[in-house]
Ligand binder design. Structure first.
Ligand SMILES: [Zn+2]
Length: 176
């Protein structure tokens, strides 16, 4: 990622343990830390909702709704924002706005984007929304090429974009 120290310009900058950049000449340190991300299995009568990715990485592959948690957000809040952005739908807010989301699994993922590899810690949630259909959604055109509802046992794991999502779907099947 860095060929030169961004602070002093030294070429001796080194990348240690897959997450720490450090410069021996000026003491500059930058942690390229694991990022938190969310994914959500939304269960409807027609099956679970999978989105067709509209951009790289893994364009055309299937993915769960969700995404990176922004600075200042908790995971629930980040997921709610991603749902609003990606599919234009969020579960109805009752007394506890987070009660609709149930955390059921967490796996690491690797997300390459424009020649930089991001390591993520993905948190996977379930939501029950039996009556939800495609007509209730407003898909984010720049990011999402389509939506599919597939019975959990019929999901072809090879069609999924990311290893963490494959593991999450396998963990979800064990809950059934
Ligand atoms: Zn330096």
């Amino acid at each position: 990622m860095f060929n030169y120290c961004p602070s002093c310009g030294s070429k001796k900058i080194a990348f240690d343990n897959s997450h720490k950049w450090s410069c021996p000449d000026c003491g500059f340190v930058y942690y390229h830390n694991t990022a938190a991300a969310t994914g959500c299995v939304i269960s409807t009568r027609a099956g679970i909702m999978l989105l067709v990715r509209g951009r790289e990485p893994a364009m055309g592959k299937l993915d769960l709704p969700g995404g990176f948690v922004d600075p200042g957000e908790g995971a629930f809040e980040g997921l709610r924002r991603e749902l609003r952005e990606e599919i234009g739908w969020v579960p109805p807010v009752g007394g506890d706005p987070d009660a609709a989301f149930k955390l059921f699994a967490s796996f690491p993922n690797i997300y390459p984007y424009r020649n930089i590899v991001y390591n993520t810690c993905d948190l996977f949630f379930t939501i029950d929304a039996p009556d939800l259909t495609e007509a209730d959604l407003k898909l984010e055109a720049a990011e999402i090429a389509g939506v599919k509802f597939i019975k959990p046992a019929d999901v072809n794991l090879d069609d999924l974009a990311f290893e963490s999502t494959r593991r999450a779907i396998k963990a979800f099947l064990l809950l059934q």
